[in-house]
Design a protein around this ligand. Sequence first.
Ligand code: ARG
Length: 457
Amino acid sequence: MALWGARFSEQADKRLQAFNASISIDQKMVNQDIKGSIAHVTMLADQGIIETSDKEAIISNLKDIQKEIADGSLPIDPDAEDIHMFIEAELTKRTPSGKKVHTARSRNDQVATDFKLYSLDTCAEIKKYIVAMIQTLLHQAKANTHTIMPGYTHLQRAQPITFAHHLMAYVEMLKRDLSRLDDAMQRANTCPLGAGALATTTYPIDRYETAELLGFSGPTLNSIDSVSDRDFAIEMTNTFAMIMMHLSRFCEEIILWCSWEFQFIELSDAFATGSSIMPQKKNPDVAELVRGKTGRVYGDLNTLLAMMKNLPLAYNKDLQEDKEAFMDAAQTVEDCLVTMIPMVDTWTVHPQKMKEAAQKGFINATDCADYLTKKGMAFRDAYGCIGQLVKYCISTHQDLESLSMDEYHKISPLFDDDVYEAVALKTCVKNRNVVGGPSPEMVEKHISLVEKELEAY
Ligand code: ARG
């Protein structure tokens, strides 16, 4: 008979048991469940609700159970309903005091508490990987502040930038993800334990003590909301989805960059794969998988949102579906970061290829127009002149660097010998010395700024 079977006269059908169970998923919350129970009984004893001897028996047996599950000597019963029932049943087998652990508690506040603790631990873990990814990008950026490449809009060569500047764009995205996680974690930091099934309890519990023992900033303030709120999981999964979106954009570029068409980078052999038929192939499977798994995390977020949208207050069993989606999203983010970090760390950059690409496509045309503007022409007129000049270059197979002064003068008498210096890619990059810009000086400043910010993590 199940722990809740006292009012039933028939055994639960095997099919119901299998369908109803969540042990295969929530067994990941062993540590959080035990931590929650230890805090709960400590508070119960302090409040005189249970004997100190009961508290001690419960805590020492819970610690044994935790150790034995960790070392594998206590296998988790796959037929148990969930991790909370399994641990309570195991505890009760070991000590009669076990029957008192659930005093003034419901599985509803227990599961909300365990899940919050678990999700907070998970975010802390993911933050470490994001910091490591940022550090890897900073390292790559430092080595490439002078590596000129074309910056793109519409995937058409647009203006000259550096590889460092491009990588630092991803650093900014990941920094926002870090702060999103911090923000979600801060809002999740209230303790549902003591909310009971939905309406607290008649025992004189001290919810402030329980919250403090568990590291929360305080108790939740409405018992109904406490057991039915999953905003925290949705906010965190939303951030996971955004992290994946950022990683996926990055991976899309990595895939392009290591194609023969670009050849901007080459992945190390350890982080590339081959083909079963084409002996020449070296494929960026990791980057493609990250891109593919992004859809999966979006799906997890959608699962959570859809699960919540018409639940009446308070607890409904639908909520049991929350952990699988959250855990899958978190695990996916972690797996992607774990593999991407060394992939980026070990790639080879080809500055020469980037430069060659930068030299084609007239990406210094804006600079050439700015040159005329600085000599006194209105920008829109200058824009028109350079448009004509580019057209001329295309028809005569030349570029702005190779035109003769006579050819320049056919367009405008304002051109002088210093135009060659003005349209040199190095100059174009160096002169974009505005905050947030690609000049080596600005990017170096940006890198050291981020290094300082990371010290807080
Ligand atoms: N395994 C359940 C969950 O994850 C535990 C809560 C069950 N509560 C209930 N009132 N039936 O949500």
